[in-house]
Design a protein around this ligand. Structure first.
Ligand code: SAM
Ligand code: SF4
Ligand code: SF4
Length: 357
């Protein structure tokens, strides 16, 4: 069994070691990024993320149970006290939540927050790209698994949105001034593995960064099997035969995507290989679900109920203490021990849309 070997195995930079806010978990992993799911609702129904729950239903969080923007801002402030500078907004589809740009503006006003990113399925960018740019959003990630309309309809399980509409959304984001947009493509065997080169051809020379993501076994209901995963190494080799690639250094320690550039100078591409090349050793993200549960890992069953703390009148100081304790006890490394734990009941209680990807 491969496990994180030792704290020394993962040396940190000098500036990080001297960071007075730095708290680390059981494997010496600092807490650096906060991912906030602003809603679990979505206009798509990609089965790898949003499989139906019990009796064919989706277990959505009610508006009353969801954290308000006021509560979220309070939590972001609290998290900045232990060094959080980067926030990613996700979901569900984050642009379905009303007044999201006002919320982003409020987060951008917090002096310690230096970077705000958004992950979206792209279907509302025609309406919101300009407002998102004006609100202070730093970076945009758009999910797009295929350029084939039939496959797109099958993957998203809905007929109402055309692929053209998403492409126009990407163009709206470019016009609004977003640069180096990340385009995330999850590849599944016999679903869209034929579409890889089409995506590469389309996004080469665009200044955007296409990233291939291995299909993950988050939750219990998305019918994941090892054989449905297309290993990124095979995608890389396939692309390399036609468009030669060379590796690039990571931007920072713990970057999840392995970066490559095209030899002919037509841009960059990335591979996120959570199944075949896990990156638990440097995992420094905490996820906040839309109902305010703090998850230390995509596969974690244990969480800290921050909503209960917020709504029971606890002070910022007390909430911070519990966050620190929770992180210090963290020992999650699911992707490294996947083979051993399988579907054991203490793992994988929640589907991707219920945590926030
Ligand atoms: N709705 C937005 C979107 O699709 O970009 C944001 C939320 S979605 C959960 C965030 C990312 O998680 C997307 O890029 C999606 O493709 C990815 N994702 C969802 N389920 C996944 C799975 N089982 N394996 C790998 N990636 C997954
Ligand atoms: Fe919605 Fe994104 Fe999940 Fe697809 S991956 S169902 S677009 S939240
Ligand atoms: Fe992080 Fe958990 Fe994924 Fe490992 S399995 S990289 S600990 S979220």
């Amino acid at each position: 069994m491969t496990r994180i070997s030792s704290p020394q195995h993962s040396p940190r930079s000098k500036s990080e070691q001297h960071n007075p806010h730095r708290i680390v978990d059981q494997w010496q992993r600092p807490l650096r990024d906060l991912r906030i799911s602003v809603t679990d609702q979505c206009n798509f129904r990609c089965p790898y993320c949003m499989p139906k729950c019990h009796e064919g239903r989706f277990d959505f969080v009610s508006v009353r149970d969801r954290l308000s923007y006021f509560e979220l801002i309070r939590l972001v402030h609290i998290f900045t006290r232990i060094g959080i500078k980067k926030v990613r907004l996700t979901g569900g589809e984050p642009l379905l939540r009303p007044n999201l740009t006002a919320f982003i503006r409020a987060v951008a006003r917090i002096p310690q927050i230096k970077d705000i990113a958004l992950t979206t399925n792209g279907s509302f960018l025609n309406e919101y790209a300009d407002d998102l740019k004006a609100s202070g959003l730093s970076r945009l990630t758009i999910s797009l698994d295929t350029l084939d309309q039939t496959h797109f309809t099958r993957i998203t399980s809905q007929n109402a949105t055309s692929l053209e509409h998403i492409i126009r959304g990407i163009q709206s984001a470019e016009k609004a001034g977003f640069r180096s947009i990340k385009i995330n493509a999850v590849v599944q065997k016999n679903v869209n593995d034929q579409d890889v080169l089409g995506l590469v051809r389309y996004f080469r020379n665009t200044n955007h960064v296409l990233r291939f993501i291995e299909f993950m076994d988050v939750g219990r209901l998305n019918s994941w099997t090892e054989s449905s995963v297309v290993k990124n190494l095979s995608i890389l080799e396939h692309i390399h035969r036609i468009y030669p690639l060379v590796p690039l250094d990571p931007h920072y320690k713990g970057e999840v995507a392995r970066r490559y550039r095209f030899v002919d100078g037509s841009g960059e591409i990335g591979f996120i290989s959570a199944v075949s090349d896990p990156f638990c050793e440097d995992c420094h993200r905490v996820r906040l679900s839309s109902e305010g549960f703090m998850f230390p890992c995509l596969y974690a069953a244990k969480y800290l109920d921050l909503r209960a703390l917020l709504r029971s009148g606890q002070s910022d100081h007390d909430i911070l203490k519990q966050i620190i304790l929770f992180w210090q006890n963290r020992d999650d490394q699911y992707s490294l021990i996947r083979q051993d734990v399988g579907h054991r009941s203490e793992f994988k209680k929640r589907e991707m849309y219920q945590i926030g990807g």
